[in-house]
Design a protein around this ligand. Sequence first.
Ligand code: NAP
Length: 247
Amino acid sequence: MVLEGKIALVTGGARGIGRAISLELAKAGADVAFTYKSSSHLAESLVSEVAALGRKAVGIEADAVSMASSAEVIDRVVREFKRLDILVNNAGITRDNLLLRMQEEEWDAVIQTNLKSVFNYTKAAARTMMGQRYGRIINLSSVVGLKGNAGQSNYAASKAGIIGFTKSIAKELASRNILVNAVAPGYIETDMTAALTEEQRKAVTDAIPLKRVAKPQEVARVILFLASPDADYITGQVIAVDGGMSV
Ligand code: NAP
């Protein structure tokens, strides 16, 4: 129970990697608030699952693109739980296309959802965490942000942007004992990667040194480590959880 008494907020927590993170943090003793945009049924079932673990969970409907709603979410969490110790910026989307076919809306949607949301929530959470002299912020980047990927220039730019943001804010907030790190997953089995054909999936798996894709829990456990006291001397880092893909 390394997170006993801690309060966490996970954006996009109802499904995929975000759900695994919410559950892993709750299993470690944290109470968990999470946001969702469209997955209201999954949000309800997550609240029940966390309650069955003996922890409190609150699901809040909020579009991570909106700065005003992000500030409202943080205010609500602090009102209900009296503090905020851990923020996981997980919400993300893909809108893949080759550059010459990419529409302005596809570029804007990915940059706003993946990158601006991280600014929104980090800024809104920073004041509370500064007052507490304690905070752990963990951002979801991607192997694509480290290496680039044809057909994903918008996604790669958003995920590389998260790395620059993480390192900068780690320097800004270190004196207040707020640690800011990123995790860069490789290929994780969620709805986001479910659209690949068998052929594409085989090509991806062949390119992974460990020759397999990963489960969401394998990312969630690294996030739990970064949120735990074992990571008290780690800030500004990017940890790849990618079976060696980025090597
Ligand atoms: P996913 O299964 O597609 O789930 C995406 C999550 O983001 C959902 O919970 C969704 O909420 C939420 N979301 C999307 N747009 C949102 C918005 N505007 N406001 C609030 N929430 C929003 O994706 P995933 O695979 O779990 O990915 C989670 C994170 O890991 C993303 O940042 C992704 O880029 C990153 N990542 C994933 C992989 C992978 O292989 N899967 C690899 C590297 C990095 P609703 O369902 O409520 O709409």
